[in-house]
Design a protein around this ligand. Structure first.
Ligand code: 13P
Length: 247
C-alpha cells in the first residue's frame, strides 16, 4: 500500500520571518497520525527550514536542481549541495521551469537521475497545457514526458515520485475533476507498470489548485497518491486541512 504524500511547493514565496511562522504553525498543527509531508522551499531558505523542521516529521524538499554534477555552471545548485542540507525531495520539471526556462524532457530526465544518484527522491512533474488538452493530446503529452524519464532512469524509475500537474489547473483555481485526474493517473500507472515490476510502489501526486475543499475527492481516487500543493501550502490552516484529507 502506498503511503500518501502531501508536498508543499512554496515557489518564489517566503521570507525569514514568514517562513518561521508558517513552518511553526504547520508543525504544531500536524495531526498525530499523518501522511508523509514535505515542504519544498526556495534554496536560500534550506538551512532555515532544515533547522525548523528538525524532529517535526516533515521532510525538506527543494524546487529544482542542476542536471550537472558540479563545475562551471553559474547560478546552478547541485544535488550534492541539496543533500548537505538534509533535502529528501526535489521537484524536477515543474511546468514553470519547462515554460520559463525551456527545460526539455531530456533535461528533466537528467535532473531526476542526478537527484536519485545523490539519494534525493525526485518529484517529477508532467502535464499538458490547455491547448494540448483541447486538441485531444493529453495522453500523448504526458506519456512522452514520462517516457523520457523512464528511458534515462531505467529500473531506478521505481524510486521516483511522479506528479501530474495539468498546466491549465496551476494557480488558476480550475482543478481537474477527480475523474479527469484519475483517468490520467491510471494511464501513467500502466506506463510505469510496463517499465518496472515495482511500479505499484511509485506515488503519483496530483497538483493544480488542490485546496482544503477539493482535496478529499481528489485524494479518494485509487491512483492519486497525494498532492503537490502551491498556493494552499502558503496558508497553514489550508495546508493542514489537505494533510487531514489525505489521512
Ligand atoms: P497551485 O496549487 O497554486 O495551483 O500550484 C500547483 C503547483 O504548481 C504545485 O507545484
Amino acid at each position: 500500500m502506498r503511503r500518501k504524500l502531501i508536498a508543499g511547493n512554496w515557489k518564489m514565496n517566503g521570507s525569514l520571518v514568514a517562513n518561521q511562522e508558517l513552518i511553526g504553525a504547520v508543525a504544531a498543527g500536524l495531526p498525530v497520525a499523518h501522511c508523509a509531508v514535505a515542504l519544498c522551499v526556495p534554496s536560500p531558505y534550506l538551512a532555515q527550514a532544515q533547522a525548523l523542521l528538525a524532529g517535526s516529521g516533515i521532510d525538506l524538499g527543494a524546487q529544482d536542481l542542476s542536471c550537472h554534477e558540479s563545475g562551471a555552471f553559474t547560478g546552478e545548485i547541485s544535488a550534492a549541495m541539496l543533500r548537505e542540507f538534509g533535502v529528501r525531495y526535489a521537484i524536477v520539471g515543474h511546468s514553470e521551469r519547462r515554460q520559463f526556462h525551456r527545460e526539455s524532457d531530456a533535461e528533466v530526465a537528467q535532473k531526476a537521475q542526478r537527484a536519485l544518484a545523490a539519494g534525493i527522491t525526485p518529484i517529477v512533474c508532467i502535464g499538458e497545457t490547455l491547448a494540448e488538452r483541447e486538441a485531444g493530446q493529453t495522453e500523448a503529452v504526458v506519456k512522452r514526458q514520462l517516457a523520457a524519464v523512464i528511458h534515462t532512469n531505467g529500473h531506478c524509475i521505481s524510486e521516483i515520485v511522479l506528479a501530474y500537474e495539468p498546466v491549465w489547473a496551476i494557480g488558476t483555481g480550475k482543478t481537474a475533476s477527480p475523474q479527469q485526474a484519475q483517468q490520467v493517473h491510471a494511464v501513467l500507472r500502466s506506463q510505469l507498470a510496463a517499465a518496472s515490476e515495482h511500479a505499484d510502489r511509485i506515488g503519483i501526486l496530483y497538483g493544480g489548485s488542490m485546496n482544503a475543499v477539493n482535496a478529499a475527492n481528489l485524494l479518494g481516487q485509487p491512483d492519486i497518491d497525494g498532492g503537490l500543493i502551491g498556493g494552499a501550502s502558503l496558508k497553514a490552516a489550508d495546508f493542514l486541512a489537505i494533510i487531514s484529507a489525505a489521512a
